[in-house]
Design a protein around this ligand. Structure first.
Ligand code: MLT
Length: 267
């Protein structure tokens, strides 16, 4: 579906009924990242997936896209769908940065949080310099060059070895992101705020889920977030890297189910 939100066309899908469960993809991906989760969780929840601006089939507009701006786009979609009750946010990596920004900006609109392969702290100086290099690469050589530079770190080593079609699908998904989208989002990621002070203030059900072999965001980061968020749970997915929901969809869905069903059905 395509919807106009504040003058920009966004692609989204919704399916199922019940508590809204909004999935927010990472960089430079799109809403199809969540296909297995939509199939599985639409039985119990009203699942919503969005292509962030400049990603997937959503319109590319000039950046920079701040993380707060991307969070506000998600709120605009919820408003347009007339969803005023608290939603469960599930954000992966950049989607997690957006989920934390959303929670900070619109706390009354969030009833649960799933932080997948993400972190609350900002980029280091070296990390910021690498974002600048990526911006130059995207501007000079385009999305495919970004996809190829990121690809080796997106999955666990064994996924690269044994699942070539998954690797190929991911390369295509990343290459399909617009140049404006890539550059706009890189600026936002590079300049994102530090959300660590928010963590001890989170008092909604929270699941942190991380691949045991994440090469982009080490598992220790997830352990630290879990220690900082009162009452949160950490689920570590074996044989998975950064894109754990693609690599181990059954284990990922099982972990979400273990978190979601008791919290949202058996109260
Ligand atoms: C992502 O998966 O969203 C990105 O790898 C996030 C990042 O580079 O910080």
């Amino acid at each position: 579906m395509i919807i106009d939100l504040n003058g920009i066309n966004f692609a989204y899908n919704e399916s199922g009924k019940g508590t809204p469960l909004l999935f927010i993809h990472g960089f430079p991906l799109n809403r199809h990242l969540w296909s297995s989760q939509v199939d599985h969780f639409s039985k119990w929840f009203r699942t919503i997936v969005i292509d962030l601006r400049g990603h997937g089939e959503s319109q590319a507009v000039p950046g920079p896209y701040s993380i707060e701006m991307l969070a506000t786009d998600c709120l605009s979609l919820l408003d347009a769908l007339d969803i005023q009750t608290p939603v469960i946010l599930c954000g992966l990596s950049m989607g997690g940065y957006i989920s934390l920004a959303f929670l900070k900006k619109f706390p009354s609109r969030v009833g649960g949080l799933i932080l997948a392969a993400t972190r609350a702290n900002p980029d280091s100086l070296e990390g910021r310099q690498n974002r600048d290099k990526a911006i130059v690469l995207a501007a000079q050589q385009g999305p495919t060059a970004i996809a190829l530079s990121m690809l080796p770190n997106m999955f666990a080593p064994k996924t690269h070895q044994f699942s070539p079609s998954l690797v190929n699908d991911l390369r295509r998904m990343m290459s399909a992101t617009s140049e404006q989208g890539i550059i706009g989002a890189l600026h936002g990621i590079k300049n994102r705020a530090d959300s660590t002070a928010l963590l001890p203030l989170i008092h909604i059900p929270t699941l942190i889920i991380h691949g045991a072999e994440d090469q982009l965001i080490p598992l220790s980061v997830a352990n630290e977030m879990q220690a900082a968020i009162p009452g949160s749970t950490l689920s570590v997915i074996p044989r998975a890297g950064h894109l754990l929901n693609l690599e181990q969809p059954h284990l990922f869905n099982q972990a979400l189910e273990n978190f979601l069903l008791p919290n949202y059905f058996a109260r």
